[in-house]
Design a protein around this ligand. Sequence first.
Ligand SMILES: Nc1ncnc2c1ncn2[C@@H]1O[C@H](COP(=O)(O)OP(=O)(O)OP(=O)(O)O)[C@@H](O)[C@H]1O
Length: 255
Amino acid sequence: MEPARLRIDEVRKLARGRDGNPVEILKGVSCEVFAGEILALVGPSGGGKSTLVRLLNRLEEPSAGSILLDGEDLRQMDPLQVRRRIGMVLQKPYMFPGSAGENLLKAFSLRHEPVPPLDSPLVAETLELCRFPADLLEQEARSLSLGQQQRLNLARCLVTAPEIVLLDEPTSALDRPTADRLGAGLAEFARRRRGAVLMVTHDLRLAERIADRLVYLEAGEILEQGACRELLAAPRTGALRRFLSAPEELEEACP
Ligand SMILES: Nc1ncnc2c1ncn2[C@@H]1O[C@H](COP(=O)(O)OP(=O)(O)OP(=O)(O)O)[C@@H](O)[C@H]1O
């Protein structure tokens, strides 16, 4: 078996609560992400999912434990280098003023890297992966629909060829067909480029469709992890069973 691209080992995160006392947001979390797979990170609100994602991109640092990228501790690496290799797609797409094409290539100019032409094979492949029509490239980015902006946002991340992609609720604002199109692009990225994807999501249908494995995080602890479809069909713990049957979660999962 191939070694993990990302290894999260006994990670703890302490923060100061509203009353000034320390609160443990992550209580010794361990899991791995492999090349070519999609890992769905699910769990109730406030469980620590976004915090874990921020640690993986070095937007925050763990209080204890380690995160290894190909065996190297993230803390030993330059944060900019980490972000080149680990791309992140936020829930709400930010569009710069200008055309969709300019937005796509912004990823390079922001990093002071050579900008490929819009008609390069890399751009064409990325647009295809993200189901973003090339004839929209000249359109003002801010005038695109939310679903189009979301796919352009993913394309802006994938065009720089990250090895790992982190996504925090990528489909929360999308209708079912648009969410599925975005999911199909992620699955292609994992398969064709052997990319590793870690996706925080409440969209259990999407997870079932595209995720290989599932990690269930509740109150700062991983209570279950394993093959995604198997766990969704037959959760082993009462905690995941309750989460899967909670009506409010199902509502969010099935818009
Ligand atoms: N910097 C911080 N300082 C103090 N508390 C924090 C900080 N960041 C997060 N928290 C708390 O840690 C807990 C976990 O938050 P986090 O956003 O990681 O959860 P989540 O699982 O992503 O939730 P959601 O699904 O609602 O987005 C919450 O109770 C939150 O209020």
